[in-house]
Design a binder for this molecule. Structure first.
Ligand code: BDR
Ligand code: CA
Length: 318
């Protein structure tokens, strides 16, 4: 971490790819992790906090506050997560050290608000789980967007199918009401959807590089990826994994640049019909190029300048 490092709040449902994203952020000198909030999604918010504390213990970074967020979503109860993707414990049944630090006394939403005051105008938010904590923070303090520099989130699907329904991606589909509130707030949002995350693929050879690292954190995340890669055989026909949360982290850090990311009207379907959880981006004027709509505060990433996998393996393995 350097004194010019930009302060960043990370909201996650830790989670195997969340763990890889966290390892990447910890290895990124461009930013300083000011705090982490957990939310239910891949696993419960409480289990995600235990996982996060274990990862921070491995990294010997017990200076970063970790706050537990909402267990249930805004309009419905947490339903047990995605054990078939991330394991019952969220981390592919890989043992993590016991936490060294206590969780913060604040909730994740309260931690985000507190950090927005400590770093007013400079705080960057990266959210890679359901957006329940961000929406809760917005309802606790509607002035929050005035103090947040940017929000980068992994979620949604613009021009490709969803992954938990024909049209819904997991982070948005788990809490569509929260996503709608986050999209509607007056802060600059960059959405990193399945359109680009599914195109960035970590191969078994990348995992081997993590396993051979001198870093205990890298080796542990490499071990977790064994479970995750088994799940992705159903999507890619071979053992590998999509880089959902790490791509959002890299775009937020600035090591991967979005080359096509129009600012467009963006909605989330939070009806009870078959479209629930769908992200709807108005891309009708895009045929002529990446045209921004005046007043639109949501950008959707449709192309990036370089593939992430090699750089990710290099940075996390050290
Ligand atoms: C997203 O859902 C979660 O399972 C992953 O961690 C990622 O954030 C992908 O749809
Ligand atoms: Ca996640």
């Amino acid at each position: 971490m350097t004194s010019s490092a930009r302060p960043l709040y990370f909201d996650c449902d830790t989670g195997i790819d969340d763990s890889l994203a966290l390892a990447y952020l910890l290895a990124s000198p461009e930013i300083a992790l000011a705090g982490i909030g957990t939310v239910s999604g891949n696993t419960s918010a409480a289990q995600a906090a235990r996982n996060t504390l274990g990862l921070l213990a491995l990294a010997e970074r017990t200076d970063i506050p970790v706050a537990v967020g909402r267990h249930d979503f805004l309009a419905h109860a947490y339903d047990g997560g995605a054990p078939h993707v991330h394991g019952d414990d969220g981390v592919g049944h890989v043992a993590l050290p016991a936490p060294v630090q206590e969780v913060d006394a604040a909730s994740a939403a309260e931690l985000l608000i507190r950090l927005s005051h400590e770093h007013a105008g400079a705080l960057e938010v990266v959210a890679v789980g359901p957006l329940t904590n961000l929406a809760t923070a917005l309802s606790l303090d509607p002035t929050l967007p005035e103090r947040v520099a940017s929000v980068t989130l992994m979620g949604g699907a613009a021009l490709v199918p969803g992954n938990i329904s024909p049209v819904a991606e997991a982070n948005i589909g788990n809490d569509p009401e929260a996503a709608a509130a986050v999209f509607a707030a007056s802060w600059p949002v960059t959405v990193v959807p399945l359109d680009v995350t599914m195109e960035n693929v970590f191969e078994d050879a990348h995992r081997e590089r993590l396993l051979a690292s001198d870093s205990a954190l890298a080796r542990t995340v490499g071990a977790m990826l064994d479970f995750y890669m088994d799940f992705y055989v159903s999507a890619y026909g071979r053992r590998c994994s999509a880089l959902h949360d790490p791509l959002a982290a890299a775009i937020a850090v600035g090591t991967v640049t979005a080359t096509r990311a129009p600012a467009v009207p963006a909605l989330v379907d939070h009806s009870d019909g078959p479209g629930r959880g769908q992200t709807i981006f108005d891309l009708r004027s895009q045929r002529a190029g990446a045209l921004d709509h005046e007043g639109a505060n949501v950008r959707v990433v449709l192309a990036t300048d370089r593939p992430l996998p090699d750089h990710l393996a290099d940075r996390v393995a050290g």
